[in-house]
Design a protein around this ligand. Sequence first.
Ligand SMILES: O=C[C@H](O)[C@H](O)[C@H](O)COP(=O)(O)O
Length: 238
Amino acid sequence: MSVELLESAKKQAAFAAVDEFVTADTKFVGVGSGSTVVYAVERLNEKAKASQKPLHCVPTSFQARQLITAADSLILSDLESCPLLDVCIDGSDECDADLNCIKGGGGCLTQEKIVAYNSKQFVVIADYRKDSTVLGHSWRLGVPIEVIPFAYTAVSNDIKRLGGTPVLRMAKAKAGPLVTDNGMFIIDADWGDIQDPAALHQSLIVIPGVVETGLFCDMAKVAFFGQADGTVVRKTAQ
Ligand SMILES: O=C[C@H](O)[C@H](O)[C@H](O)COP(=O)(O)O
């Protein structure tokens, strides 16, 4: 599939989600991170401009903050000012049949989970490649796990004990590890097909040094998947 068609699939998904979940009554929106969210912000900005009503947007990353700031009709906000959001719209690296997600492929996950948790609705937008049945099946880069730098070897050893294969994520244009928006490292850990993502998350989150995992379980109720043919498949959690 061409890059143009893939981008178009992302855009269709993002526009469909914003059009359904951002209504005249919507005031507070969580803005996810990644390449698909760029189109959601474009649509949010169009809606805010057309309605002339304030749309307060809480970012989930430095990237999201920049997108909101660059959009001339959106109001940049935070969880102190807006502790409960109407909706959070975010991308995903893989989504299973129950709409559990793997997130963090772009290095953002902890702020994303906090914002999604503090939203009345969490809506996923993605292209068709992310639509899966079992997590870990199509996303082969591993589950992103954000860790305190001091603890990364200890956490890696615990991940091995849990049957995973941990890899410290390295930066692209800097020597050494990737450093997240929170000053942390990311370990990508592969388990192959993950039959019980909630149980795996629980095993990981109790390890000292783990800040958050990229397993978003039982959070999304609706997902929009842009297709290669320009249509959008809307799925609800089973
Ligand atoms: O770290 C990045 C975030 O979790 C993204 O939402 C996720 O990687 C999906 O990104 P994209 O829309 O670029 O596929």
